[in-house]
Design a protein around this ligand. Structure first.
Ligand code: R1P
Length: 372
């Protein structure tokens, strides 16, 4: 195969990233074209540069501090996944950003990988969010970022337009999380794909409860938030697309619980630490009998969407990898099959979701990568 020309952009180091595609991907011509787009793409790595603005750090190009992307590199439709392996696997289903080109791929110095391409024609970005609520916060906020806040003399003077000009993504956004989880009870079971509908609650560990004063005062070691809603239409689209690919028996919906850690706040017992979580799962099900899954990011995504001044729609679906009642774990091969199928369901749900995503004039930053 002839060598593809490499693109060198100012301030970006470019690295070859060809990866072999699995045979399953070449079965369908459309997937084959999409797979070729992934295999001939290169990963851009922004070089270190000076950062301005301690309130919302960006570099001179407007690249955000942790994700490293700037205006026009990220699509309005985002699929957030926990691992690079999952992201690269699903990138095989993306078409090029524009005819004759590869996918846009950028990895920040903090290891956030953003891949932008198209799915059934709609621009979509897959973003490696890694694990936990803080990382979900980076992904949502830095893509919704508003550099033009500088235009206002202070935060208090800023109006909605100040916030939207200069955003990494302009216009309405839809974000879907594809993750893995622990199943708590039916209808979720090992290998189920569970859509977080009606939403998620948040489980937080309370450090004050572990002090002598906290113990004396009877502080509870873990607290549960109220349910945070997911976007009903996006959740329904996700469920329908998943049923189309997996059949109705493989898909269900229910309340998700997002925990602020993998171990103590999900009721896992480890002898070296005093966690006082022996009754945590029973307490959770007593408080929320309808809770079916446990993971670590969805509540943050839904909370930020709820607080986004109406600019973000969010939903999540998780593959039940661990059965917390039986203590079983899903086989690796089955996990990958489910990641591929449910990843395509997420991409299809995003692609069919209507958004107010007209980028209009480009404000001097050039057109988005899918328009050039
Ligand atoms: C823990 O192993 C991680 O897996 C789950 C949890 O939410 C946490 O991020 O999701 P992902 O598979 O999306 O990472």
């Amino acid at each position: 195969m002839p060598e593809e020309p490499r693109e060198q952009k100012a301030g970006l180091a470019v690295e070859d990233t060809r990866r072999p595609r699995p045979a399953a991907c070449s079965a369908v011509a459309e997937q084959d074209a999409a797979g070729r787009a992934a295999s001939r793409s290169t990963v851009l790595r922004p070089q270190k540069s000076n950062i301005s603005d301690a309130n919302f750090p960006v570099d001179a190009e407007g690249r955000t501090y942790h994700l490293g992307t700037k205006r026009g590199e990220v699509a309005n439709r985002i699929l957030s996944v926990g691992s690079e392996k999952r992201a690269l696997m699903l990138a095989e289903y993306l078409e090029p950003v524009a005819p004759g080109r590869g996918l846009f791929m950028l990895e920040s110095s903090r290891g956030f990988l953003t891949i932008t391409g198209r799915y059934t024609g709609a621009p979509v970005s897959i973003i490696v969010t890694h694990m936990g609520m803080a990382n979900a916060d980076f992904v949502v906020r830095e893509n919704r970022h508003a550099a033009a806040l500088h235009a206002a003399s202070s935060c208090a003077d800023a109006d909605a337009d100040d916030y939207s000009r200069g955003a990494v993504v302009e216009g309405e956004m839809a974000i879907v999380r594809l993750g893995t989880c622990g199943a708590l009870q039916p209808p979720a079971h090992l290998g189920s794909f569970v859509v977080a509908d009606p939403g998620a609650i948040l489980i937080r560990r309370n450090p004050d409860a572990f002090t002598p004063e906290g113990e004396e005062g009877g502080l509870v070691p873990y607290t549960f938030s109220r349910p945070i809603p997911s976007d009903p239409a996006l959740s329904l689209a996700l469920e329908q697309e998943a049923v189309r690919l997996l059949g109705p028996e493989g898909v269900c919906r229910g309340l998700n619980a997002t925990a602020d850690s993998f171990y103590s706040s999900q009721g896992r017992r480890t002898g070296w630490f005093e966690d006082r979580n022996e009754t945590l799962l029973a307490d959770l099900l007593c408080c929320y009998p309808e809770a079916v899954t446990l993971e670590m990011e969805t509540a943050m995504l839904l909370d930020l969407a709820r607080c986004s001044r109406g600019s973000i729609r969010a939903a999540a679906g998780v593959i039940a990898l661990a059965d917390r009642a039986s203590n079983h774990f899903l086989a690796a091969e089955r996990t990958e099959q489910l990641e591929r199928a449910t990843g395509q369901a997420c991409l299809a749900a995003l692609a069919r979701t209507p958004l107010d995503d007209d980028w209009g004039p480009h404000n001097g930053s050039g057109p988005p990568v899918w328009a050039s």
